[in-house]
Design a protein around this ligand. Structure first.
Ligand code: ZN
Length: 474
């Protein structure tokens, strides 16, 4: 990396400090990012996809700023997948019963769906996407280190981390440990402290699990939290720059990752913790339908809504703000997104962006847009600038196209290249359209109107211009 390179100042909200801070990399011009990935015993819902879109904007912002980015995202295909309180049934076992498949096939099925959804949302594939099941030795080694240092204890069902050995356990979440103890009602089993968690779980003695491994403590499988600590260390080192996830991961999962990694490695784990707020469903919508299916990107596609309209909707809301979601809001975003694409593409029709030279006035736009992007990734302001510049008569069409292209490298909304979605018209509607054409030719306009009403009733409409009929999806 040439020492003369100037890197822009990037400010990020660090959950650890509860403040926006200037980002200082560990190594000049480089950034290591670990993003907690999906659990693959079920579809990933759109709230989780919001967090992955944010992680993508973060990595692309650093790409745009000319950093050398190393991003790691784990695939959680094993782990003590109960709820955070470490009780309840392992969710992978619930999935196996639900679908009549073994654990490996379940994990493959949902990993494939997740990757498909990432592609449709233009989420850059992280540089490493390790599976927890491919890194069991690293997890065992880390637990051994913790054991040697006296941070663990054994119960009848596994090896646990003793959180009382750390004086600042839960600092990231500002956990009130005394308050937790006072409010404690759930059965702690053999756990010594309410916040203690499993590092290794023993397999049941009376049955064989699909996923289990030998270990110094007996046959079993890792706890959920240890995998992220082990894989982050494996690919980014003991100390790295940025860790991302949803805000729901702060109190337990990320608190536990910090405890394990810092105790095992004797150094600070992460410099900047970044978290995406929730996506809140409005109007009686539920994340999980009564059939047990989650509201996913497939639910959006099934309604004929462009997946990138969902990305656009996410980018219009700051990642640290709760985002309200309902179908009306998404449809409005889809209309806005389509209008933006149409505006940009009309403008860019005959422009070769590679040949555009930006004048001083266009450079002022770059300064303004960069400032907002680098101010804790304010994508909604970046989009607002794009709308403004499209209307600015002091810019040439070529400059406008070049500016849009520059920021679409980060936004990834395909503003210059997105193709209009082909409407798939059902046969029933096609036949009605044909019949209507014939009625019109025979000048039977009452019949033609009646047929048109039937078409509208089925969710389509027709636009007659210059002797041609265009089908529109309502
Ligand atoms: Zn994680």
């Amino acid at each position: 990396m040439p020492t003369t390179t100037e890197y822009p100042t990037i400010k990020l909200f660090n959950t650890m400090a509860r403040a926006v801070e200037v980002f200082t990399p560990i190594k000049r011009g480089q950034v290591g990012i670990y993003s907690c990935g999906p659990t693959v015993y079920h579809d990933v819902h759109i709230g989780n996809m919001r967090a992955f879109i944010f992680a993508d904007i973060l990595r692309r912002t650093f790409d745009y700023a000319d950093y050398k980015v190393t991003q790691v995202m784990n695939i959680t295909d094993v782990g003590h997948l109960t709820d955070d309180a470490n009780d309840g049934e392992d969710k992978m076992i619930v999935a196996m019963r639900r679908e009549g498949m073994d654990a490996w096939d379940i994990a493959k099925k949902y990993t494939d769906t997740f990757l498909k959804h990432c592609r449709l949302l233009n989420i850059h594939r992280p540089d490493y996407m390790p599976h927890a099941t491919d890194h069991i030795p690293e997890q065992i080694t880390m637990i051994k280190h913790l054991e040697e240092k006296g941070y663990t204890y054994k119960t009848s069902d596994g090896i646990y981390f003793d959180t009382s050995k750390l004086k600042d356990y839960g600092h990231l979440a500002r956990l009130d440990i005394e308050g937790l103890k006072a409010g404690e009602r759930v059965d702690m089993g053999e756990k010594r402290n309410i916040t203690d968690f499993a590092l290794w779980k023993f397999s049941p003695t009376d049955s064989k699990r699909d996923m289990e491994w030998a270990s110094p403590w007996g046959v079993g499988f890792p706890g959920w939290h240890i995998e992220c600590s082990a894989m982050a260390g494996r690919y980014l080192g003991d100390h790295f720059d940025i860790h991302t996830g949803g805000i729901d991961l702060i109190p337990v999962h990320h608190s536990n990752e910090i405890a394990q990694s810092e105790c095992a490695n004797d150094c600070r784990f992460v410099n900047y913790w970044m978290h995406t707020a929730f996506l809140n469903l409005k109007g009686g919508l539920k994340m999980s339908k009564s059939s047990g299916d989650f509201l996913t990107l497939d639910s959006i596609i099934a309604r004929d809504i462009d997946p990138l309209a969902f990305r656009y909707l996410c980018l219009m809301c700051h990642y640290r703000m709760g985002m309200d979601f309902d179908w009306e809001g998404l449809k409005a975003a889809a209309t806005g997104y389509r209008r933006l694409v149409d505006r940009v593409q009309t403008l860019a029709r005959d422009v070769d962006i590679a040949l555009v030279t930006l004048g001083g006035y266009a450079q002022e736009y770059i300064a303004k847009i960069d400032a907002d992007l680098f101010d804790d990734l304010n994508t909604s302001k970046v989009l607002a600038h794009i709308w403004t510049l499209l209307d600015d008569s002091k810019l040439t069409s070529a400059e406008k196209s070049a500016l849009v292209a520059r920021y679409d490298a980060v936004l990834q909304l395909e503003l210059l290249t997105h193709e209009k979605q082909e409407i798939v018209v059902p046969t029933e509607v096609q036949e009605l359209i044909k019949a209507r054409e014939e009625a019109r030719k025979a000048r039977d306009f009452n019949q033609a109107d009646e047929l048109r009403n039937k078409i509208v009733h089925l969710g389509y409409n027709l636009k007659d211009t210059n002797g041609k009929t265009e089908v529109i999806k309502l």
